[in-house]
Ligand binder design. Structure first.
Ligand SMILES: [Mg+2]
Length: 254
């Protein structure tokens, strides 16, 4: 199990989902990489803010020799937000409200209504460090400081470190009850649902995108877990071939 598997898994899931973000479940069917469609109208294989911030986190850990330095990660987030660092073509799009507010004001949002999935989507690299639960919470709190967001990040890092734990997550009894909005609890549940109800990378991320609504983030989170468990080689080659920004990914891995 390696960071590279999780990062490519996340990036491919994100890129699969970008064309369908905000679309209702059942109103479309994602079967592979497409481009120049949907709200964001990006070229095929373009991943979004999710992967850019995940890479910003990974790049900081790399620069610090494997250490999690919260202040340095925040600086990388600022470089992304203001200068397009870590983004494909330096094009920053799909930025969440809490993330934008936290970066511009320098303090993570702590209100109960600030529990979007903006920290869960970027937390995966911490699974490959010895970060304690408190450190995981601090990294969430750069943008999402409420305990619901912080605990979702802690739980997801634990699952990445020990994927068997995914089977112990309490989930709704039917897929109709699994929501896929931008609320962090929904994203977490939907991602775990897709992972535990499929048996390979392709099926997991396609199920995640086809849940609709916050398609890119659901597939990014599910994709990180599926990528790690099934490995880079299990990601369909035709998807990797058109994935953009592979140079950015490679320079951010530790
Ligand atoms: Mg996004």
């Amino acid at each position: 199990m390696a960071l590279r598997d999780a990062v490519y898994g996340a990036a491919v899931g994100d890129a699969l989902g970008v064309p369908y973000e905000f679309k209702a479940r059942g109103s479309f069917e994602c079967t592979g990489m497409v481009g120049f469609t949907g709200f964001h109208f990006q070229p095929t294989g373009t991943w979004s803010d999710d992967t850019a911030l995940l890479l910003a986190t990974s790049a900081s850990i790399k620069a610090k020799g494997g250490r999690v330095d919260v202040a340095d990660i925040r600086l990388n987030f600022e470089d992304w937000y203001y200068d397009g660092e870590f983004a494909i073509d330096k094009n920053v799009f799909d930025v969440g409200n809490s993330t934008a507010g936290a970066i511009t004001e320098g303090i993570g949002r702590s209100g109960v209504n600030s529990n979007g999935n903006g920290s869960l989507m970027r937390i995966a690299p911490l699974a490959y460090t010895d970060a304690s639960d408190d450190v995981i919470r601090e990294v969430s709190a750069i943008t999402h400081a409420h305990e619901i967001s912080c605990e979702a990040c802690v739980q997801f890092v634990h699952i990445l470190r020990n994927p068997a734990l995914a089977q112990e997550v309490e989930l709704p009894s039917s897929i109709d009850q699994v929501k896929s909005s931008g609320f962090v609890k929904h994203t977490f549940e939907a991602a775990i649902w897709c992972f535990t109800h499929t048996s390979n990378y392709r099926d997991c991320v396609l199920m995640a995108v086809n849940m609709g609504d916050d398609t890119d983030t659901t597939a990014c989170v599910a994709g990180a877990l599926a990528g790690e468990v099934y490995g880079y080689d299990a990601i369909p080659a035709e998807w990797l071939e058109v994935l953009r920004g592979k140079d950015i990914i490679e320079r951010c891995l530790f």
